[in-house]
Design a binder for this molecule. Structure first.
Ligand SMILES: NC(=O)c1ccc[n+]([C@@H]2O[C@H](COP(=O)([O-])OP(=O)(O)OC[C@H]3O[C@@H](n4cnc5c(N)ncnc54)[C@H](OP(=O)(O)O)[C@@H]3O)[C@@H](O)[C@H]2O)c1
Length: 316
């Protein structure tokens, strides 16, 4: 029987969880083994993780009993929620509760909760610089995560609170890559003004999480913020221009314009970018690149990420 400490990883077939699974299983001397959670253990993505050496377990955050089973016998757990699968902050909080309760019931020794700021601490609901959404949120997918920190605390779950940030992978998978304007010149569109955006390669989030598990109990109760680089969008555009060998401009829009784009989640993201922009210093201060690098010595800057990923960015 394996003497390795078992880590249950939610979202294992996705960006954050997948990064953690690969970080552990690519380290042949790791003290940890992996239980990868998927709603469909027969999917190609799940099978890829099994081929790397992960145990697969079927669970759905909407079914707390399955979440309990996924936690049984685990030393650690990586807990992440899936806002964009349902756009519901209440459901996201219920997902967090299901994982926290299951971790408590199973006596898990170290949980990492992937969280973000509750923006209402800085922008209360009565502050009309940005609209209140869904009656009680400013940035719903941030606020429900930040509010859910308390669930882990109240239940006494031994937790490290991992503050993540904007994935550079959004240029590939979230439609945020360069698009040609009417003048035929590429541009990236962000409502960030001249403020720096704290960004990270999604895979590096999992690698940092592995660093936290390796550090062990000393990390419990701590909030750890990570980023790969704090970089302005105009510098991102310059890096893209260099990498593509063709001009890429920064199409600087206002948060209000971004909110009006009309795609699902546009208002939430418009408020998010406004928060990133107006609290750029606080946001960056909460995300220490030095600490992220200590946890994950391979941490990538934006230009290093671009070098490896340029060919994956769809251009239109
Ligand atoms: N995009 C960004 O810039 C960014 C930045 C910071 C934080 N975030 C947050 O990251 C979270 C998503 O994490 P991610 O990007 O790692 O996810 P992802 O890449 O979208 O992957 C989601 C994975 O979650 C699993 N999943 C979805 N619904 C599930 C459910 N009901 N029960 C169990 N598993 C479920 C799916 O696995 P199966 O299909 O195998 O079940 C899927 O592979 C979101 O809450 C988002 O707000 C995003």
């Amino acid at each position: 029987m394996s003497t390795k400490k078992l880590i249950t990883v939610f979202g294992a077939t996705g960006a954050q969880g997948g990064g953690l699974v690969r970080a552990i299983l690519n380290d042949k001397n790791s003290e940890f083994s992996v239980r990868a959670v998927s709603r469909d253990v027969n999917s190609d993505k799940a099978k890829e993780l099994a081929a790397l050496g992960a145990e697969l377990v079927q669970a759905d955050l909407a079914h707390p009993e399955s979440v309990k089973k996924a936690m049984e016998g685990a030393y650690g757990a990586y807990c992440v929620t899936f806002f964009w699968a349902h756009f519901s902050p209440e459901q996201e909080a219920a997902e967090a509760r299901a994982m926290a309760e299951a971790a408590k019931a199973a006596g898990v020794k170290h949980v990492i909760w992937s969280t973000l700021e509750d923006t209402r601490k800085m922008v209360p609901l009565h502050d009309d610089r940005m609209p209140t959404l869904m009656e009680k949120y400013k940035v719903p997918h941030f606020d429900s995560k930040g509010e859910s920190d308390q669930i882990f605390k109240d239940l006494g779950v031994p937790t490290t609170f991992l503050l993540t940030t904007f994935y550079w992978d959004n240029l590939i998978y979230f439609g945020m890559g360069p698009k040609k304007g009417p003048d035929g010149v590429y541009a990236i569109t962000f409502p960030m003004g001249d403020a720096a955006l704290s960004g990270i390669w999604a895979e590096d989030i999992g690698k940092c999480a592995y660093g936290i598990f390796k550090k062990g109990p000393s990390m419990i109760g701590k909030t750890v913020g990570i980023a790969g680089e704090h970089i302005t969008v105009s510098d991102m555009a310059k890096e893209l221009s260099k990498a593509m060998g063709e001009e890429v401009r920064y199409n600087k829009v206002t948060p209000a314009m971004f909110r009006s784009f009309g795609f699902p989640g546009a208002e939430d993201l418009g408020n998010m970018f406004q928060y990133y922009q107006e609290f750029a210093d606080e946001f960056a201060d909460a995300r220490d690149i030095k600490i992220a690098k200590e946890l994950n010595p391979e941490l990538k800057s934006f230009s290093a990420w671009l070098k490896d990923n340029l060919s994956k960015i769809p251009l239109s």
